[in-house]
Design a protein around this ligand. Structure first.
Ligand SMILES: CC1=C(/C=C/C(C)=C/C=C/C(C)=C/C=O)C(C)(C)CCC1
Length: 289
């Protein structure tokens, strides 16, 4: 699985190309693509957090881990219900950091690491959301009115590329032109793709798959024989729990809510499982060096 991340990005570009040439506006294609990427890499990449914390975790520690994970989820749910705008802003900042982090899995950033993660992730997330501003605005309308933030968003997009450029250039060991080229090419593509297509391609092939590959590299020695099948097998319990849990909530709310409301609810559920995942993943990635 060493070069899976690179192949994944090639596949991501191919799917984007196929979509633009043959399936543009085809909602069936969009939903199938979304579900497929979400179920095969999107959710599973976060289903091994317990092993990243401790590859040989035993029942007692696993229980403690689950309780801690659920505690973070509950606390964050409380924030969503009491101060939704704050919960949303924290979700966007956490996500930007987390997405940015997965662009530099093979690098060792010595200067401005946190800002570089944040800037890179903010750029890609910004491209996805600003390129489909009206839809983003309408999904978020039950929480906040973002209508007047378009120009600020564009400014943030420009600032983040420039900031990342300077940070990467300061890190002399990094070959920065490749990252900038990727930002410009992928950023433009994500800006023009529809919201959920752009999001799922980026999430699946630029974030989840590279992260999964890194998880495998780190866990493979503790997986015994048939390590690849063991790796996938161990993802099953928490993947299934997340999909079933989120599915039940969405199915119950389906009859009384619009598609926009269900989309927002889906992302709120994603944010709930992402909060502890981002925390544990950061601990895992930062402990490698
Ligand atoms: C696409 C999209 C949104 C943002 C989603 C994000 C930020 C997802 C992050 C997922 C993460 C961090 C997963 C972890 O592995 C909004 C603004 C909620 C609503 C409009 C559509």
């Amino acid at each position: 699985m060493k070069n899976t991340d690179i192949w994944g990005k090639v596949v991501g570009f191919i799917i984007a190309g196929l979509y633009l040439v043959f399936f543009e506006g085809n909602q069936t294609f969009e939903w199938i693509l979304f579900a497929l990427v979400l179920f095969t890499v999107g959710i599973p990449h976060g289903a091994l957090d317990h092993l990243l914390a401790n590859p040989h975790i035993q029942r007692r520690d696993l229980t403690r881990f689950i309780l801690k994970y659920l505690g973070i989820i509950m606390l964050y749910l409380l924030v969503w219900t009491m101060i939704p705008a704050l919960a949303l802003i924290s979700f966007l900042i956490m996500s930007a950091y987390h997405f940015g982090q997965s662009h530099y899995l093979r690098e060792r950033l010595l200067i401005g690491k946190g800002f570089c993660y944040l800037g890179t992730g903010a750029f890609y997330l910004g491209a996805i959301l600003l390129g489909n501003f009206e839809q983003t605005e309408s999904i978020l309308s039950p929480i906040v009115a973002i209508g007047s933030f378009y120009d600020v968003g564009l400014l943030l997009l420009g600032t983040s590329v420039i900031a990342v450029f300077f940070i990467l250039r300061k890190n002399k060991q990094i070959h920065y032109p490749i990252y900038l080229a990727e930002m410009l090419i992928l950023g433009t593509l994500l800006f023009y793709l529809p919201l959920l297509v752009g999001f799922i391609l980026y999430f699946g092939f630029w974030h989840a798959l590279p992260s999964m590959s890194e998880e495998y590299q780190s866990l493979k020695f503790s997986l015994g024989d048939n390590r690849l099948s063991q790796f996938f097998l161990r993802m099953l319990p928490f993947t299934a729990a997340s999909i079933i849990g989120m599915g039940i909530i969405l199915v119950i709310l389906y009859p009384t809510n619009t598609t926009q409301e269900l989309t927002l609810l889906f992302f709120v559920l994603v944010s709930l499982i992402s909060a502890p995942h981002i925390w544990y993943m950061n601990g895992f990635l930062e402990s490698r060096h």
